[in-house]
Design a protein around this ligand. Structure first.
Ligand code: ADP
Ligand code: ASP
Ligand code: MG
Length: 410
């Protein structure tokens, strides 16, 4: 008998009809002789709605209350699914993160899972129940509710699969698998049969929201393969696993984009030791995570510094910098929220030169100005004006021939 963990995302449980359809799939999986644990997201749009309510009542609300509120979306979906399974004549039991017990640190709204005590889930499985667990949430050492960051149910599912030594971890979503880029903005996007953890981690970290990046980190650490597939069909999806010989050998295997960052520029700061430290200490003190950083060469002892932060933290970052401007003496602090980061990812880049140059050329042919660049061993990212995101993704997808299967290293 196999133990199967299935995670269903927001769209997959977005209506009563969809929840009934998930119940049928879950029961069918059990009837094939498996034990089944289901991890659920909130119904689509619900988490956004709850965040909106919190901001409406008090934009400065405490992180603890934020998590108490936003975790409630998953409480609704798990109980509804358990009821739908019961209506099909099967036994089901729903659990909150605090009941099973998904222990996390206390970093509200981006908590990390530290440990899961699987015994209650195991007892329920042994008693013949289909177990339904709330994704996205956990409980800290104080007993307070925590949440794992947007898209966190993916991580809950992989963590539950690890804790229970599951045979399979399936992530059911609204697309057929992991594609060469977001199939909702590029009709040429092609589904991949397999993708390595390293490439998936880069794609997810660079904005491909089909998997939360922490879920991939977790799966890689514990060697759990993830099967990403559609809740709307029975087609095989994409296996995320260790790099192997049968994988495609493309130089670039995917294009990702992220519209959730903003750029901050500090102009005319003295080019001397301690200035960058003062700036980034002030930003870090506010709990703001910085992504790309660029410093210009200095002219007449002055320089400019540009960096990106999550869009949600933009105003906060500007006010933190205004507060320390006495100390750093900048001529001007400004920024831009209407940007996007477009990235190409591929293990093959390790051994091929000129990939970055091809990226810059194709963007320039479309008259897309590059504001910032960053590279690593297996990715190149460019910040461009947000309005060019879709165009940039499509031309890059075409330039690197991603619509075609690559069988030999080229
Ligand atoms: P769920 O609610 O099931 O967790 P998400 O909306 O979080 O679903 O993730 C699925 C979405 O990820 C897709 O609808 C698609 O628009 C987007 N996406 C972005 N990049 C990719 C990619 N490379 N492959 C597949 N989907 C992608
Ligand atoms: N409901 C949460 C969100 O919208 C978690 C998830 O869907 O994975 O981010
Ligand atoms: Mg998701």
């Amino acid at each position: 008998m196999a133990l199967v963990v299935q995670k269903y995302g927001g769209t997959s449980v977005g209506s009563i009809e969809r929840i009934k359809s998930v119940a049928r799939r879950v029961v069918a999986t059990k009837n094939q002789g498996n034990q089944v644990v289901v991890v659920l997201s909130a119904m689509s749009g619900e988490t956004d709605r709850l965040i909106g309510l919190a901001n409406e009542i008090n934009a400065e609300h405490s992180p603890r209350e934020h998590d108490v509120l936003v975790a409630s979306g998953e409480q609704v979906s798990i109980s509804l699914l358990a009821m739908a399974v019961e209506s099909l004549g099967e036994k089901a039991i729903s659990f909150l993160g605090s009941q099973v017990t998904i222990k996390t640190d206390s970093d509200h709204s981006r908590a990390r899972i530290k440990d899961i005590d699987g015994s209650r889930m195991q007892d329920a499985l042994a008693a013949g129940f289909i177990v339904v667990v709330a994704g996205f949430q956990g409980v800290d050492a104080e007993g307070d509710i925590t949440t794992l960051g947007r898209g966190g149910s993916d991580t809950s599912a992989v963590a539950v699969a690890t804790a229970l030594s599951a045979d399979v971890c399936e992530i059911y979503t609204d697309v057929d698998g992991v594609y060469t880029t977001d199939p909702n903005i590029c009709s040429e996007a092609r589904k991949l049969d397999k993708i390595s953890y390293d490439e998936m981690l880069e794609l997810a970290s660079l904005g491909a929201k089909v998997l939360q990046n922490r879920s991939v980190e977790f799966a890689q650490k514990y060697g759990i393969p993830i099967h990403v597939r559609s809740s709307f069909s029975d087609t095989e999806g994409t296996i995320v696993c260790k790099e192997d010989e049968s994988m495609e050998k493309a130089i670039v295997s995917g294009v990702a984009y992220n519209k959730n960052e903003a750029k901050v520029t500090i102009c005319g700061i003295p080019d001397r030791p301690g200035i960058a430290a003062a700036i980034f200490s002030a930003i870090a003190k506010e709990g703001i995570v910085v992504d790309m950083i660029i410093q210009n060469t200095s002219a007449e002892g002055l320089t400019d510094l540009t960096f990106t932060v999550p869009k949600l933290d933009y105003d906060h970052a500007l006010s933190a910098l205004e507060k320390i401007n006495q100390e750093i003496g900048a001529r001007e602090i400004n920024g831009d929220k209407n940007i996007a980061k477009v990235s190409i990812v591929g293990i093959g880049m390790r051994t091929h030169a000129s990939v970055a140059a091809r990226m810059f050329t194709v963007l320039s042919q479309e008259n897309i100005n590059i504001m910032m660049i960053s590279t690593s061993e297996i990715k190149v990212s460019c910040v461009v004006a947000e309005k060019y995101t879709e165009l940039a993704v499509r031309v890059l997808h075409q330039e690197f021939d991603l619509a075609k299967v690559t069988t030999n290293e080229s």
